[in-house]
Design a protein around this ligand. Structure first.
Ligand SMILES: [Zn+2]
Length: 457
């Protein structure tokens, strides 16, 4: 065999055990028992988790930067940040440009990622315009291994095309996929922005009022209703509030196939941060909520009512975020989180006892792998799985400094936070790709993962 990882404590959702892991040609070929390999890593006393699967990132290929898309990471810098943070597979939102179809967007992003990605990746076709051509492509895209679509109830055009989006959901259901839905109501947001303009209250601390709680709540109930109507499994992205969670729970308690993602910001920050002098740097959609919502997110992670933690990694430079030309109605949304997501969940979740290490593995790897058709190739450590794994240094404490991390975003929303528990070695398909802070994997080594059908957790 190529590689033997000796002495570590392997953690899966089913439990943990000290077991040696034998790897050959990129896959796990033996767990436990006698074995020898051409190289060995001593992981004695350290936890080993399956590599993180982050199904929600925005990595802009360099060729699109000129079109006004100014997210600061492409597939190279973004996957470098991911690997340093223990994430070995990312799911990118592939947005069609004007006049492009979903299939065009997938082909373009795949070509970029094939050249630049260091980690493995999969692609979600984003349905911005439910044209006949796009609807007709859903079955083909699924057959080619792109077994999801994403759409936004927050886009101004959504309400003019609800029948077509419902038709798209029926087609996704038919093809065995899952629909990712951004749940914020476009008309409510539009009205709130008008009210803020009329009142002249446009400083960034009003951002949370431009996209208020009720916009998320009604939209989430609506998505659950769409799901119940079409029977298409849905995945509510970046859920932020206790009341939106209740909407999902309402559906789940009746057996409706609703799955829920939250994002690190909603576990670690509250809307008070928007009142800081540089509060605009915390803008995301939905906005940060109250402490009671943060508490609800943690409880839901612990009780299995939230299925995944994904970053929604959408990085900007600090100067772009704090651009004085922006106001509460149009702040740039998103932050860099790929390198910090897992260590912060470990530090503030596992070390504090809020969640178990097994639950950590479920929400950061196994559950997303199942929901998006990657399991058991990704999302677990068992014979036959890809050898994607993270050996942890549970004792290492670092102070977050976004400017010194791998994302090209030059700050982190958690700058100054002390975080204990970092990846010591990250392995992707049997290759050591990160050691400590150093990412040693080469651009272009990442592979497109063609996915199977969605499966429930
Ligand atoms: Zn997103």
């Amino acid at each position: 065999m190529d590689l033997l990882v000796r002495g570590g404590i392997v953690v899966t959702t089913g439990g943990r055990a000290q077991v040696d892991v034998g790897i050959d040609k990129g896959r796990v070929v033996q767990m436990g028992g006698e074995m020898s390999a051409s190289s060995e890593i001593d992981a004695s006393g350290h936890f080993i988790t399956p590599g993180g699967v982050d199904p929600h990132v925005h990595l802009t290929p360099p060729t699109r930067q000129a079109d006004g898309w100014k997210w600061s990471d492409d597939f190279e810098s973004g996957t470098r940040a991911a690997l340093a943070g223990g994430i070995t597979t990312v799911g990118n939102m592939s947005f069609p440009d004007r006049d492009e179809t979903m299939a065009d967007a997938i082909a373009r992003d795949d070509a970029e990622a094939d050249e630049f990605a260091i980690a493995d990746y999969f692609l979600h076709p984003v349905l911005t315009h439910p044209s006949e051509e796009n609807l007709a492509s859903i079955a083909t895209l699924h057959a080619e291994g792109h077994t999801s679509i994403k759409f936004f109830l927050s886009f101004p055009g959504f309400d003019r095309h609800v029948p077509e989006f419902l038709q798209a959901m029926r087609m996704v259901k038919q093809a065995g996929g899952i629909a990712l839905i951004h749940c914020e109501d476009a008309a409510i947001i539009d009205c709130c922005c008008t009210l803020l303009r009329e009142a002249g209250t446009l400083t960034p601390d009003y951002y949370a009022e431009a996209r208020p709680l009720q916009a998320e709540v009604v939209s989430t109930y609506r998505a659950v209703g769409f799901c119940e109507t079409t029977d298409c499994p849905i995945y509510v992205v970046h859920l932020a509030s206790a009341r939106a969670l209740a909407a999902c729970h309402d559906g789940r308690s009746r057996g409706v196939p609703v799955f829920v993602e939250t994002r690190p910001m909603y576990l670690h920050l509250t809307r008070r941060r928007l009142e800081d002098e540089d509060g605009a740097k915390y803008a995301g959609a939905p906005p940060l909520r109250e402490q009671s919502d943060v508490d609800a997110m943690w409880a839901a992670l612990a009780f299995g009512n939230i299925d995944t933690l994904a970053t929604d990694h959408a990085p900007w430079s600090l100067a772009d975020k704090l651009d004085p030309a922006l106001d509460a109605t149009n702040l740039r949304q998103g932050v860099a989180d790929l390198e910090t997501s897992l260590p912060m969940l470990y530090s503030t979740g596992v070390l504090t006892g809020r969640i178990s290490l097994e639950q950590f593995v479920a929400v950061t790897s196994t559950n997303p792998a199942k929901l998006f058709g990657l399991y058991p190739q990704k999302g677990t450590l068992s014979v036959g799985s890809d050898a994607d794994l993270v050996i942890w240094d549970e004792q290492e404490t670092r102070t977050i400094d976004g400017a010194a991390m791998h994302s090209r975003s030059d700050y982190s929303p958690y700058d100054g936070a002390e975080v204990t528990g970092w990846p010591m070695v990250t392995i992707s398909r049997g290759e050591v790709v990160a050691e400590g802070r150093d990412v040693v994997g080469k651009p272009g080594r990442g592979c497109l993962i063609r996915r199977g059908p969605h499966r429930a957790i």
